[in-house]
Design a binder for this molecule. Structure first.
Ligand code: UDX
Length: 485
């Protein structure tokens, strides 16, 4: 089949590449010429500068010029196309609603072209990126405005997690198709023929609105799982003696009805989807005159979670951040990506700066360029001058009074030794991901350890730690040591 994918970001490029593997003729179109030139080069580094997904650059290189084509000029290729996928970014507005301006520009442009086509074969226009419920209907009306004939609209949401785009596209857990007519369903069945009647993949055909809603309910439910564990499980283990976080998790998730996904307590879930989608769903339900208490609570818990270890450091460890130097380790929103969108580290760095730290020494295995793009701009905020960028964790820890682990990079599991070799107590380790299996070694050596999902463990005698304001009121709780994940 002939397919055009409009928009070649994290949704569009993997989708186009994997469709081309199945022998479709796929044209990927974008208005960004430098991006398209990078993809056309077939060079892995150039491709990964835009979309960094394991295995993706290889698929692009293999299919380039055979089944996969890139272009900034859509005019000449519209004729004879069976399916268009709209993979256009829909960023959030300040009020939580979705900024549809890029999407609207793209569909008006497309409507103009399709309104003039010679070949009137059936064409299906499919929304792939997350768009508010009702967008397929909006797409339909815009096409009618442009006089487009013989077309159908559909919703086929993308459920991929970042870092797993290729695997997830090749072996999705479900394909959800929302369309109005049997004819359009049939066209999409042909397109996804490898998944129809698959023994393991759910192939669901429904209305466009239901498909759009499935995406929002999925993402907000996933964020609810995480926030429940962060807001309830972790809180219990932090506040009450002798609760072992990892045992709590195993005991609860032994019930097959309860997901283990989401039980990895953290300093908040980030990424480009969760925050944006929950805000958008709140907005959509409010507009429909419905209550959104549960969504609002989940959103608030997750946002607060991103900086609450700083609060705990102040109130439980009595750490005075003023004029201190703090290492922030892990800047991306999760491991194996350089993406910092909605990352907890953004909140952590903001909170540290607003509490008067002298310097922040930042390190991430993959996201240093992203970090510089975010912060290396004193015009945005002169406080950003206090951030320095480091090539290794050791370099970042050197000369600091405290450190904060914000991302679950595996290499951080060995940090206990690095900390001991690089920094001297009194020293506070804030662990937003429960990454240090041998934290007790640190505590025995005099370092204070403050993890999410566990109590503050004093290594340094509570009464005379020079970094505390007016001495500490908290007593050492050596017997409450828990084993992090
Ligand atoms: C998510 C959804 O998983 C995906 O289905 C949807 O299409 C897009 O949004 P992604 O943003 O790539 O995917 O990240 P995901 O792996 O789900 O993690 C999101 C955040 O939650 C990360 O910050 C992660 O570290 C955090 N997380 C995840 C937890 O804090 N605890 C967990 O148990 C799981």
């Amino acid at each position: 089949m002939k397919i055009i994918v409009i928009g070649t970001g994290y949704v569009g490029l993997p989708h186009a590449a994997v469709l081309s593997e199945y022998g479709h003729e796929v044209h990927a179109y974008d208005i960004d010429a430098t991006r398209i030139a990078a993809y056309q080069s077939g060079d892995a580094d150039s491709i990964e500068r835009y979309v960094n997904e394991p295995g993706l650059a290889d698929i692009v290189a293999e299919n380039l010029g055979r089944y996969l084509f890139f272009t900034t000029d859509i005019n000449g290729i519209v004729e004879g196309t069976d399916v268009f996928f709209l993979c256009i970014n829909t960023p959030p507005n300040r009020d939580g609603s979705t900024d549809m301006s890029y999407y609207l520009d793209a569909i008006h442009h497309l409507g103009g072209l399709l309104g003039q086509r010679q070949n009137q074969q059936r064409v299906v226009l499919v929304n792939k990126s997350t768009v508010p419920i009702g967008t397929a209907r909006l797409l339909e009306s815009v096409m009618r405005e442009h006089g487009v004939e013989n077309f159908g609209v559909a919703s086929n949401p993308e459920f991929l997690a970042q870092g797993n785009a290729v695997e997830g596209s090749r072996r999705p857990d479900r394909i959800v198709i929302g369309a109005d007519t049997a004819e359009d369903m049939q066209i999409l069945r042909r397109l996804y023929s490898q998944f129809v009647n698959h023994v393991r993949i759910r192939y669901l055909e429904t209305t466009p609105e239901t498909a759009e809603a499935i995406k929002y309910v999925s993402n907000t439910l996933l964020l609810t799982y995480i926030s429940f564990w962060n807001g309830v499980g972790a809180r219990l283990a932090e506040a009450m003696p002798n609760i072992r976080m990892e045992d709590l998790k195993v005991g609860v998730t032994a019930d097959a009805r309860i997901s283990t996904w989401g039980s990895y307590v953290s300093n908040g879930a980030g990424g480009s989807c969760f925050g944006k989608d929950i805000q958008s769903l709140i907005y959509q339900l409010n507009r429909a005159g419905r209550k959104t208490d549960i969504l609002q609570a989940v959103y608030n818990i997750n946002e607060y979670q991103k900086t609450y270890l700083i609060d705990r450091a102040i109130h439980e460890a009595h750490f005075n951040f003023n004029q201190k130097t703090v290492a922030v380790l892990g800047l991306s929103f999760k491991k194996r990506t350089n993406d910092m969108r909605d990352s907890a580290a953004l909140g952590v760095v903001g909170a540290l700066l607003s509490r008067g730290v002298r310097a922040i020494r930042a390190y991430d295995p993959l996201a240093m360029d992203e970090a510089r793009r975010s912060w290396f701009n004193p015009d945005k905020n002169h406080l950003f001058e206090r951030i320095s960028y480091h090539e290794t964790a050791v370099e970042a820890i050197d000369g600091t009074d405290a450190l904060y682990i914000s991302t679950d990079w595996e290499e951080f599991r060995g940090l206990a030794r690095t900390i001991q070799a690089t920094a001297r107590p009194p020293y506070l380790v804030m662990d937003g991901r429960r990454m240090l299996p041998d934290f007790d070694m640190l505590v025995s050596a005099g370092y204070d350890y403050l993890p999410v999902g566990g109590p503050l463990l004093h290594g340094w005698p509570a009464s005379d730690a020079p970094y505390r304001e007016n001495g500490s009121t908290a007593a050492p709780i050596a017997e409450l040591r828990h084993v992090p994940a």
